[in-house]
Design a binder for this molecule. Structure first.
Ligand SMILES: Cc1cc2nc3c(=O)[nH]c(=O)nc-3n(C[C@H](O)[C@H](O)[C@H](O)COP(=O)(O)OP(=O)(O)OC[C@H]3O[C@@H](n4cnc5c(N)ncnc54)[C@H](O)[C@@H]3O)c2cc1C
Length: 317
């Protein structure tokens, strides 16, 4: 264990992994990765369905990788294997099952307070993603229906009538996957599905044409209530439908309280303020990955953040 690290990275998702690998490759010696769950990449493990196709150009965003991580299109499993190998090969100093609660700067050194002790570092990267708290609908979900509402595929069975809500890649992938063994409707408030990447757009429209997924586009849900134990979804045009289950795939929230507890200033929209080097107003304190994007990032974008931040830290030495 080091007395004072050069860099502590909070969060072992793609942003954190990119940063730790670049730090080792580019020559930062004293580096620590802290992850709150028992393994890296919690978002990928929890929200991606098994065998999911993982696209480098996610949500149609074409990204050129800048650093030393050669991430390519693959599957959930191949991506996790690749990250396993990266972390094993680099002999990374890491703490798992260790949750950061607060970061405080004292005399130019950051104290990173966790449930397993306090670590000290000259620089800190916060890369905790947004999926710790998935976005929830603006209307209330009755308590009796909560077990029928989810934000990933964990609780889904077979033979259910399921409503998937959302208009991005995750919603489309969830709907198509579930349609093999369930009756599925995809609801999105806009008229067309322009956000998903071209592969997913082609897939969802083909599924709709083949009547494997029913599309309910251009209409919002106003409320949900229980009808004989089913979800009665009340739509804005006055119609309603009954479903066994609803899955909301509508992104994640900014972890505002956590960012504030780290000393990161937020703008009027509650998003973190940082410069072109991803450095916050506290010098030496950086933001990487999805939390640097209100509208959703990607694995490749998160990896590039790690590269740019480490390059910037080294340029100050
Ligand atoms: C269903 C779905 C499908 C997707 N498919 C693709 C795809 O095909 N291609 C693609 O490029 N992108 C895809 N994405 C987006 C991609 O997963 C994210 O852009 C990426 O994971 C962001 O990485 P990150 O490191 O910023 O955050 P995350 O991956 O969310 O990682 C954050 C990590 O920080 C940890 N953490 C949180 N709080 C703390 C704390 N207090 N202390 C310590 N650790 C903490 C978490 O446990 C987690 O491991 C998908 C997203 C979803 C939800």
């Amino acid at each position: 264990m080091h007395d004072v690290y050069d860099l502590i990275i909070i969060g072992g998702g793609p942003g954190g992994i990119g940063a730790v690998v670049e730090a080792k490759e580019l020559g930062l010696e004293k580096v620590l990765l802290i992850e709150k769950t028992e393994n890296h990449s919690h978002t990928i493990r929890k929200f991606y369905k098994d065998k999911k196709r993982v696209d480098k150009d996610w949500q149609g965003q074409a990204v050129e990788l800048e650093g030393n991580v050669a991430f390519v299109d693959g599957t959930k499993e191949s991506t996790l294997d690749y990250f396993d190998n990266l972390l094993d090969d680099e002999l990374i100093d890491s703490r798992f099952n260790c949750e950061v609660q607060k970061v405080q700067k004292v005399d130019d050194i950051f104290n990173v307070e966790t449930n397993c002790g306090t670590y000290r570092s000259k620089n800190v990267i916060v890369s905790i993603g947004r999926m710790g708290k998935p976005n929830k609908p603006h209307y209330k979900i009755p308590a009796s229906l909560r077990s029928q509402v989810s934000y990933n595929l964990d609780k889904c069975g077979n033979g259910e009538n399921i409503l998937v809500v959302g208009g991005g890649d995750s919603a489309v992938e969830y709907a198509c996957e579930l349609s093999d063994t369930n009756e599925v409707t995809l609801n999105y408030r806009r008229d067309d599905l322009s956000r998903p990447n071209p592969t997913n757009q082609a897939m969802i429209y083909k599924y709709a044409e083949d009547e494997r997924v029913c599309l309910k586009l251009g209409i919002d849900i106003e409320s949900v209530e229980s009808e004989h134990g089913l979800l009665r979804m009340n739509f804005a045009d006055g119609t309603h439908e009954l479903y066994d289950r609803a899955i909301y795939a509508i992104g994640g929230t900014t972890p505002k309280d956590f960012l504030k507890a780290c000393g990161i200033t937020l703008d009027e929209l509650g998003e973190p303020i940082f410069d072109e080097n991803y450095e916050s107003e506290q010098k030496g304190l950086y933001i990487a990955g999805d939390i640097a994007f209100a509208s959703g990032g990607s694995i490749a974008i998160a990896l590039n953040h790690g590269y740019r931040i480490v390059t910037h830290i080294l340029s100050k030495k």
